[in-house]
Every structure is written in structure tokens, then in C-alpha cells.
Design a binder for this molecule. Sequence first.
Ligand SMILES: [Fe+2]
Ligand SMILES: [Fe+2]
Length: 318
Amino acid sequence: MSRRALRPVFKRLWLLAPVVTLGVGCSSTWGCDFDKNSGPRTFALPATLNDGGVPTQDTPCEDLCEALGATTPCSRIAKGEGGAEADMVTCEASVLCEGRRPEGLCSDGAVAAEVPPLGALFARMAHLEAASVPAFERLADELAGHGAPERLVRAARRAAKDEVRHASAMESLALRQGAPMPELKVAPFQPRSLEALAIENAVEGCVRETFGALLAGWQARSAEDAQVRESLGAIAPDELMHAELSWAIDAWAMEQLSPEARERVDAARREAWRELERNAVTSHLPDDVARLSGLPAADVARRLVRELAAELMPGALA
Ligand SMILES: [Fe+2]
Ligand SMILES: [Fe+2]
């Protein structure tokens, strides 16, 4: 995936983002039940379970949620209950928050339950930006160690500095909403092979950070909070360059690897697209948090994942 190929895709998808028409400021009250980084959401039953079976009336809700890529606690809703038109299940759903995570990341960016939900979202985003700093620092060192072109090493070091700025910008948004910066814990790195580096770059860079770049540009257009638009508007071009760097590293690394290793990298990348789609499907934000942050609803997020995957890895989500 060349620089020339990635930019037109982003340009086309960013133009789908609804442009905010109201200069709405930030409110300090969020009367909703959004709990930190996840919350309950109601789903139609999955067609199949993870063991290949078909859901029945006796299938535990835990198995249904697992098949949906969601988590527990959960509960089943029978057809007719509360006006439900079909059997449904309520699971915990995730917040769509994507970026490059380092191996050994031990913290999850969660903040105290009493923190307002918009602040909790920005705290999680700030945590992810901060986690990208050691990810790129390690990547730069490893690229140098594996004899990668100097332009890739330099770009990875520049990206680490970008991520320091991004973390600071997101921390400001979080603090403004009463959320502290979450503690970042990363286990010490161990030496690893070029194949392991390539697999991490394929998953964390070519899929997660690339989609994160798309989300940043989306939020820069759609967030009703002007400061969010401004912050994400500054971050999005950097993230697009990070996405391009991921693909440039991928192109170089794949040239060095055996055909068998390349297949393993592509298998990991394919699975990462699938996981990203599952995360999109189960993502959930209260309406006011979604409006102010500019994050897309689950159905739109899923469409974006599928369109991006179709462009960057045709067949991955067929
Ligand atoms: Fe970033
Ligand atoms: Fe980044």
C-alpha cells in the first residue's frame, strides 16, 4: 500500500463524515448510564455460536455474547418481553478506540466509575496515544537493528514524538471533562524476530492505527465540541502519516521474510480486520457522548471498517 494509494481512500471515506452544523459547546452534565469504556447494548441473536452450534432458547447469554464479540454481564430478552419483536440478548459493548498498542501493554486506560463518560472516553484515548510512544520508540530501535532503511527508522522516531503531542492534547480534553490521565503500564520489551515485528506492525499499524487515523479525521469533521474538532483536526494528518509508515514498514519487512512467514503475517492481519469489525459491531456510546466526540455509531463504524478492509486487504472480510 503506497502513500499514493492510501490518501485517496481516506479522502473518500472522510467525506462521508457528517459535518457538524452547530457550534455546540461542551456541557458538564451527561445524564446517562455509560460506564467508563463499555456499556450494555441489545443485540439480535447471532446466527451461529463460536462452537458452530445454533442458538436455542436454552443457550446461556454468555455464549451468545461471546459469539457476538461482546462481553458479560448479560441477559436474555424473550420475544414479546417489553415489546421485543424477537429473542434478543443484552451484552456489554465496547468503545471504538483504535491505535497502535505496544506488546506488553498492561493498563487499559480505565478511570474511576464516577468520572463523567465523555471524560472517560478521552482518558482512554489519551492512554492509547501515550501507549503509542513506547510502541514507536521500540519499533525505531528494532528497525535499526534489523537493517531497515534509515527513512523508516527516522519516521518511527518522529511518530513517537507525534504521539507525545497527541497524548498531551487528549489529556487536555480528558481533564476538561474531569477525567485524570490513566496510568500507563508496559512490561519491559524482549528481543524478537523480524517476523514478530512484522506481525505486530500488520495488526497494530496496518489495521488498528490505520483505522484510528480514519476515525480521527471523522471526528475532526463530526464532533459537535469545537475543541474536539480542533484537537482531532491536528492529530488526523499525523495519524495518516503513521498509517502510511505502517504500510511502508510492512512492504519492506515482507520483502525480507520467507513465503511461509509472509503468510503468517497476512493471516494475523486478516484476523485483525475481523476483530476490528467485531469491535465496530459491538461498539456503543450514549447519544450525547457520540455527538460531542464525533465517533460514528456502530453501523457506520462497521461500514467504514468494511470499506477500508476492502481497499487495503480485499477479501479479508468477505
Ligand atoms: Fe496518535
Ligand atoms: Fe499514531
